[in-house]
Ligand binder design. Structure first.
Ligand code: ADP
Ligand code: MG
Length: 232
């Protein structure tokens, strides 16, 4: 087994500088690891800190203390202390983040948004187009939308473009926050399949899923954030 994420003694307390420095303890002493090929699902009530933990794993929020070793190109690198250039390289090649929102870029078509990660990783233009189209079709995005910029798409359509972009070439580690929030049952099923396929191909998954049925189909293991609640 290859350990892809190793979390050691991570704590997070938010300090609200614009509200008199109020301190909001979220979790303390979090320790776990994630292996290639597993899907760890984060559990715990709303506000428990699931999204915060995911953002810390992505190097987006800074933990108050602790280390997070990400296996990147065969080496374990602490993303907490890594320089920005290294963090960007880790994200480009190893660490994907799937949120429920698409970052819409004006005038860039849905097809180009999905092709982009393939081109960045060296696929030919033809291959990138074929794979991107297949992924958009699989997520039931109507063909008449493929050449349009997603700014005017519905929430669910934007979400599917975002998922297509993330899964057209899955990263070795995929962090996933509520990807099915505004999808219908058929498209939720597709997302569950895409996650299973990524896992079967060796990706390590850490995910948050509002829908209990989705959670149960995706998870190979659970981590309840409430267990790490910090005493106030
Ligand atoms: N950027 C932030 N600044 C201050 N407090 C935050 C921030 N992000 C989250 N929190 C607080 O941290 C706690 C955990 O939030 P979150 O990680 O979003 O929980 P979950 O995803 O489990 O619902 C909440 O009390 C929330 O208000
Ligand atoms: Mg959340």
């Amino acid at each position: 087994m290859t350990t892809m994420i190793l979390v050691e003694n991570v704590a997070k307390t938010f300090t609200l500088h614009n509200q008199g420095g109020v301190r909001l303890p979220v979790f303390d002493n979090v320790n776990f690891s994630v292996e290639a090929g597993e899907a760890l699902v984060l559990a715990g009530a709303s506000g428990a800190g699931k999204s915060s933990l995911l953002r810390i794993l992505y190097g987006n929020y800074r933990p108050t203390s602790g280390e997070i070793r990400i296996t990147h190109a065969g080496r374990a690198i602490d993303i907490v202390s890594a320089v920005p250039r290294t963090v960007l390289d880790i994200r480009r090649r190893t660490l994907g983040f799937v949120s429920q929102f698409l970052r819409v870029i004006p005038r860039v078509s849905a097809l180009d948004i999905v092709r982009d990660p393939l081109l960045a990783r060296g696929a030919s233009a033809d291959e990138a187009s074929e794979r991107a189209k297949a992924m958009l079709a699989r997520l039931n995005l109507p063909e008449r939308l493929w050449h349009l910029a997603p700014a005017t798409f519905s929430g669910g359509e934007q979400q599917r473009v975002n998922i297509a972009r993330s899964f057209v070439d899955p990263s070795p580690i995929m962090l996933i926050d509520e990807p099915t929030a505004s999808l219908d049952a058929a498209n939720r099923d597709v997302v569950v399949e895409l996650i299973s396929e990524a896992r079967a191909a060796g990706s390590a998954i850490v995910g948050i899923f509002h829908d209990e049925a989705v959670r149960e189909r995706v998870a190979t293991r659970y981590l309840d954030i409430t267990d790490f609640r910090k005493a106030a």
